[in-house]
Design a protein around this ligand. Structure first.
Ligand code: S3P
Length: 171
Protein backbone atom coordinates (compact mmCIF):
# COMPACT_ATOMS: atom_id res chain seq x y z
CA UNK A 1 0.00 0.00 0.00
CA UNK A 2 1.29 3.48 -0.85
CA UNK A 3 0.06 7.02 -0.44
CA UNK A 4 0.48 10.14 -2.61
CA UNK A 5 3.35 12.59 -2.20
CA UNK A 6 0.90 15.44 -2.62
CA UNK A 7 -2.88 15.54 -2.77
CA UNK A 8 -4.42 18.59 -4.47
CA UNK A 9 -7.86 19.82 -3.47
CA UNK A 10 -9.78 22.93 -4.46
CA UNK A 11 -12.67 24.06 -6.63
CA UNK A 12 -13.14 23.11 -10.24
CA UNK A 13 -11.19 25.23 -12.66
CA UNK A 14 -8.57 26.26 -10.11
CA UNK A 15 -5.90 24.39 -12.07
CA UNK A 16 -5.46 21.16 -10.12
CA UNK A 17 -4.68 19.11 -13.25
CA UNK A 18 -2.23 21.60 -14.76
CA UNK A 19 -0.48 22.31 -11.48
CA UNK A 20 -0.60 18.64 -10.52
CA UNK A 21 1.16 17.61 -13.70
CA UNK A 22 3.81 20.30 -13.20
CA UNK A 23 4.38 19.14 -9.64
CA UNK A 24 4.64 15.52 -10.75
CA UNK A 25 7.26 16.49 -13.34
CA UNK A 26 9.22 18.52 -10.82
CA UNK A 27 9.20 15.68 -8.30
CA UNK A 28 9.77 12.93 -10.90
CA UNK A 29 6.63 11.03 -9.92
CA UNK A 30 3.37 10.06 -11.62
CA UNK A 31 0.22 12.15 -11.81
CA UNK A 32 -3.29 10.86 -11.19
CA UNK A 33 -6.69 12.49 -11.16
CA UNK A 34 -9.77 10.93 -9.59
CA UNK A 35 -12.08 12.48 -12.21
CA UNK A 36 -10.12 10.64 -14.90
CA UNK A 37 -10.24 7.42 -12.87
CA UNK A 38 -14.01 7.74 -12.63
CA UNK A 39 -14.46 8.39 -16.36
CA UNK A 40 -12.19 5.44 -17.21
CA UNK A 41 -13.88 3.16 -14.69
CA UNK A 42 -17.43 4.07 -15.65
CA UNK A 43 -16.85 4.43 -19.38
CA UNK A 44 -18.81 7.70 -19.56
CA UNK A 45 -18.31 11.36 -18.80
CA UNK A 46 -18.88 12.92 -15.39
CA UNK A 47 -21.64 15.08 -16.88
CA UNK A 48 -23.35 11.89 -18.11
CA UNK A 49 -23.12 10.30 -14.66
CA UNK A 50 -24.74 13.42 -13.13
CA UNK A 51 -27.51 13.41 -15.74
CA UNK A 52 -28.14 9.64 -15.69
CA UNK A 53 -27.93 8.98 -11.96
CA UNK A 54 -27.74 12.28 -10.09
CA UNK A 55 -25.18 13.82 -7.78
CA UNK A 56 -25.55 11.36 -4.89
CA UNK A 57 -24.70 8.42 -7.13
CA UNK A 58 -21.73 10.34 -8.51
CA UNK A 59 -20.50 11.10 -4.97
CA UNK A 60 -20.67 7.40 -4.05
CA UNK A 61 -18.59 6.50 -7.13
CA UNK A 62 -16.21 9.35 -6.35
CA UNK A 63 -15.75 8.26 -2.76
CA UNK A 64 -14.64 4.78 -3.89
CA UNK A 65 -12.33 6.27 -6.53
CA UNK A 66 -10.68 8.57 -3.97
CA UNK A 67 -10.17 5.76 -1.47
CA UNK A 68 -8.57 3.56 -4.15
CA UNK A 69 -6.28 6.33 -5.37
CA UNK A 70 -5.25 7.39 -1.86
CA UNK A 71 -4.06 3.90 -1.05
CA UNK A 72 -2.67 2.91 -4.44
CA UNK A 73 -0.79 5.90 -5.82
CA UNK A 74 2.55 7.30 -4.72
CA UNK A 75 2.72 10.38 -6.95
CA UNK A 76 0.68 13.57 -7.17
CA UNK A 77 -3.07 13.09 -6.87
CA UNK A 78 -5.75 15.64 -7.77
CA UNK A 79 -9.24 15.19 -6.33
CA UNK A 80 -12.47 16.38 -7.94
CA UNK A 81 -13.65 19.67 -6.44
CA UNK A 82 -16.46 18.11 -4.42
CA UNK A 83 -14.62 15.10 -3.04
CA UNK A 84 -14.06 16.82 0.31
CA UNK A 85 -17.84 16.95 0.91
CA UNK A 86 -17.61 13.38 2.16
CA UNK A 87 -16.68 13.04 5.84
CA UNK A 88 -14.96 9.66 5.37
CA UNK A 89 -12.85 11.12 2.58
CA UNK A 90 -11.88 14.03 4.82
CA UNK A 91 -10.87 11.55 7.53
CA UNK A 92 -8.72 9.67 5.00
CA UNK A 93 -6.96 12.91 4.12
CA UNK A 94 -5.81 13.44 7.69
CA UNK A 95 -2.08 12.76 7.80
CA UNK A 96 -1.64 13.29 4.04
CA UNK A 97 0.20 16.21 2.48
CA UNK A 98 -2.79 18.13 1.15
CA UNK A 99 -2.54 21.39 -0.79
CA UNK A 100 -5.67 23.51 -1.16
CA UNK A 101 -5.44 25.57 -4.34
CA UNK A 102 -7.69 28.55 -3.69
CA UNK A 103 -9.11 31.32 -5.85
CA UNK A 104 -11.61 34.09 -5.32
CA UNK A 105 -15.11 33.91 -6.75
CA UNK A 106 -14.57 36.48 -9.52
CA UNK A 107 -11.54 34.58 -10.74
CA UNK A 108 -13.57 31.37 -10.56
CA UNK A 109 -16.36 32.80 -12.71
CA UNK A 110 -13.80 34.09 -15.21
CA UNK A 111 -12.05 30.76 -15.45
CA UNK A 112 -15.06 28.46 -15.59
CA UNK A 113 -17.86 30.72 -16.76
CA UNK A 114 -17.66 30.07 -20.45
CA UNK A 115 -18.86 26.91 -22.11
CA UNK A 116 -17.16 24.32 -19.95
CA UNK A 117 -19.18 21.17 -19.32
CA UNK A 118 -19.50 21.46 -15.57
CA UNK A 119 -22.89 20.28 -14.40
CA UNK A 120 -22.82 22.23 -11.13
CA UNK A 121 -22.46 25.60 -12.87
CA UNK A 122 -25.06 25.27 -15.59
CA UNK A 123 -27.08 28.37 -14.65
CA UNK A 124 -26.13 31.64 -12.94
CA UNK A 125 -22.49 30.73 -12.38
CA UNK A 126 -21.62 33.68 -10.11
CA UNK A 127 -24.38 32.91 -7.59
CA UNK A 128 -23.62 29.19 -7.76
CA UNK A 129 -19.95 29.81 -7.20
CA UNK A 130 -20.64 31.94 -4.16
CA UNK A 131 -22.89 29.28 -2.65
CA UNK A 132 -20.51 26.49 -3.55
CA UNK A 133 -17.57 28.22 -1.90
CA UNK A 134 -19.56 29.20 1.18
CA UNK A 135 -20.43 25.53 1.65
CA UNK A 136 -16.97 24.20 0.89
CA UNK A 137 -14.28 26.70 1.87
CA UNK A 138 -14.05 25.50 5.46
CA UNK A 139 -13.88 21.87 4.31
CA UNK A 140 -10.96 22.60 1.99
CA UNK A 141 -9.27 24.46 4.84
CA UNK A 142 -9.99 21.63 7.27
CA UNK A 143 -8.12 19.04 5.18
CA UNK A 144 -5.32 21.33 3.99
CA UNK A 145 -1.71 21.10 5.12
CA UNK A 146 -1.04 24.21 3.04
CA UNK A 147 -3.24 26.77 1.28
CA UNK A 148 -1.85 28.17 -1.97
CA UNK A 149 -3.74 31.10 -3.56
CA UNK A 150 -3.76 30.96 -7.36
CA UNK A 151 -5.22 34.39 -8.21
CA UNK A 152 -2.98 36.23 -10.66
CA UNK A 153 -0.39 33.45 -10.67
CA UNK A 154 0.72 31.21 -13.53
CA UNK A 155 0.53 27.43 -13.04
CA UNK A 156 4.33 27.38 -12.74
CA UNK A 157 4.22 29.98 -9.97
CA UNK A 158 1.49 28.04 -8.19
CA UNK A 159 3.50 24.80 -8.41
CA UNK A 160 6.55 26.63 -7.05
CA UNK A 161 4.52 28.08 -4.18
CA UNK A 162 3.14 24.63 -3.34
CA UNK A 163 6.64 23.13 -3.20
CA UNK A 164 7.76 26.03 -1.00
CA UNK A 165 4.78 25.65 1.31
CA UNK A 166 5.41 21.94 1.74
CA UNK A 167 9.18 22.42 1.99
CA UNK A 168 9.63 19.91 -0.80
CA UNK A 169 12.18 21.92 -2.75
CA UNK A 170 15.64 20.54 -3.16
CA UNK A 171 18.37 22.87 -1.91
C1 S3P B 1 -17.13 18.77 -9.08
C2 S3P B 1 -15.90 18.98 -9.63
C3 S3P B 1 -15.43 18.29 -10.85
C4 S3P B 1 -16.14 16.94 -11.02
C5 S3P B 1 -17.62 17.13 -10.91
C6 S3P B 1 -18.07 17.75 -9.60
C7 S3P B 1 -17.52 19.54 -7.86
O1 S3P B 1 -14.03 18.06 -10.78
O2 S3P B 1 -15.69 16.03 -10.06
O3 S3P B 1 -18.05 17.91 -12.01
O4 S3P B 1 -18.47 19.13 -7.18
O5 S3P B 1 -16.85 20.55 -7.56
P1 S3P B 1 -12.91 19.20 -11.02
O6 S3P B 1 -12.75 19.93 -9.74
O7 S3P B 1 -11.68 18.39 -11.35
O8 S3P B 1 -13.37 20.03 -12.15
Amino acid sequence: MSSPVIVLVGPMGVGKSTVGQLLAERLGVGYRDTDEDIVAGEGRSIADIFVDEGEDAFRAIEKRAVRTALTGHDGVLALGGGAILDADTRALLAGQRVVYLSMDVEEAVRRTGLGVARPLLAVNPRKQWRELMEARRHLYEEVATAVVPTDGRTPEEVAEAALDALELKEA
